[in-house]
Design a protein around this ligand. Structure first.
Ligand SMILES: C=C(O[C@@H]1C=C(C(=O)O)C=C[C@H]1O)C(=O)O
Length: 425
């Protein structure tokens, strides 16, 4: 017998007429979120939480939980994400962090995807339910919390490195690229933001999901952000990965931004950086998939703050691999680590002088069939668990031979804009 006790969860899913704005379902405490353009999943409460030492450990825990669960669904042809789901967030580098990878199974999940809405209740019969059981006639209301609160004033302080120090790290990375077989390394920096009162994750999720509708807004255990990058989605046998690399800051003037987009698609530095990232994703997916489609040239993804070179890789999944297994195979991609991977990872640990925690790790959800979506935790912040007035914001840039430290600092600032704006209220 296994030493870890796993509850036999009871899971019931039923169709829901209209859940309204999903973000409004998020409770102030013990909430998890995954929203894109009004669709996604919101979880309230927690029936199970697991600190995973690795992807394989998380996969084992999830497989056992699924096997023991009693799952019922009223839905015909239940969509991915209905039924039993776990939300998760994984550390970037388990060897260089004090943080832990985590999986959370909520008590209630509100889902809306592909034009369908549902509510899933998950209970552990061995524990007292935290919320009263749902009845057909009375769908659960959003928690009767107070309204989400904007932070009033927020002050910022340098994180591990000041701007000029980080520029020095970028210059050193360029030197190493020219000297020792490193092709690309992604260097990140952090900032500490301190509000005058406890941060309300609901406020941040609403701001981010409202403004960054093309991104996936997520909240898992205090890590909150809106990522434009889908590491891997696996749904009914179809695998998709959105690779981003190559960035330009928007000016807010459409004619000028159009010219910038043209310059981005023609920039050999950005195309080279992009190529590394696409190749690393295609190579990592290949053993698990067939019929892979890798477009020849990237398109320009427009976000409110930046333009990115983007490539959507698609493939058919060979049976036997879950979304989490694919995320394990893909992480860390060249978009957030570099090439070659091991040399890039040690260069990051040496030059960044910070703990990335769960920044740049996979964040998302998995269901009982193994379908799921795992984005890369970018454009985010980690709310401090001991002082919830504080949040540490992260942003990074792909450094290649032609990178200029000053331009990279400006690019990292552009990538901090979503979180800074969300904090500004
Ligand atoms: C590392 C980040 O972003 C990554 C780096 C990019 C780049 O250097 O052009 C673009 C998108 C992401 O893959 C970040 O946002 O922190």
């Amino acid at each position: 017998m296994d030493a870890v006790q796993r509850p036999a969860l009871r899971v019931r899913t039923r169709e829901a007429a209209d859940l309204g704005d999903l973000a409004e379902r998020l409770p102030r405490r013990e909430g998890v979120a995954w929203i894109r353009d009004g669709s996604g999943l919101i979880g309230c409460g927690e029936v199970a939480r697991y600190k995973a030492s690795s992807f394989a450990d998380a996969e084992r825990w999830w497989a056992d939980l699924v096997e023991a669960a009693e799952i019922e669904s009223d839905l015909d042809d239940p969509p991915s994400g209905s039924g039993l789901v776990a939300f998760g967030s994984f550390v970037f580098d388990p060897d260089n962090t004090d943080s832990q990878s985590i999986l959370i199974v909520p008590e209630v999940v509100y889902g809306h995807r592909g034009g369908r809405s549902w509510i899933t209740e998950i209970s552990d019969p061995t524990k007292q339910a935290l919320t009263p059981p749902l009845t057909r006639s009375a769908p659960p209301a959003a928690e009767p919390d107070s309204a989400p609160e904007a932070p009033r004033t927020v002050s910022y302080a340098d994180g591990a490195l000041s701007g000029p120090q980080w520029e020095g790290a970028v210059a050193e990375a360029v030197r190493r690229i020219n000297a020792n077989g490193l092709d690309k390394v992604v260097l990140a920096r952090n900032l500490l933001a301190v509000a005058d009162r406890d941060l309300d994750p609901r406020w941040l999720v609403r701001q981010l999901s409202g403004t960054y509708r093309r991104c996936w807004t997520y909240l898992v255990d205090g890590l909150v952000g809106a990522t434009p990058e889908m590491l891997v989605r696996s749904e009914a046998g179809l695998v998709t990965s959105r690779v981003l690399a190559g960035t330009i800051r928007r000016t807010g003037r459409d004619d000028h931004d159009l010219a910038l987009a043209a310059a981005l698609s023609g920039s050999s530095k950005d195309l080279e950086e992009h190529e590394y990232a696409v190749r690393s994703v295609a190579a990592a997916l290949a053993p698990y998939c067939s019929g892979m489609n890798v477009p020849d040239a990237p398109y320009v993804l427009e976000l409110p703050n930046v333009l990115h070179l983007a490539t959507d890789v698609t493939a058919a999944l060979d049976p036997g691999t879950t979304a989490l297994g694919l995320a394990a195979a893909l992480h860390p991609s060249a978009a957030v680590c570099g090439t070659p991977t091991d040399l890039a990872r040690t260069t990051i640990a040496e030059l960044e002088k910070m703990d990335r925690g769960r920044y740049a790790g996979p964040v998302g959800w998995i269901d009982a069939r193994g379908d799921g979506e795992w984005g890369i935790a970018l454009r985010c912040g980690q709310i401090d668990d001991t002082d919830p007035r504080q949040i540490r914001l992260y942003a990074g840039c792909g450094i290649v031979a032609g990178s200029d430290p000053e331009a990279e600092l400006a690019e990292s600032n552009a990538k901090l804009v979503p979180m800074r704006d969300a904090l500004a209220g």
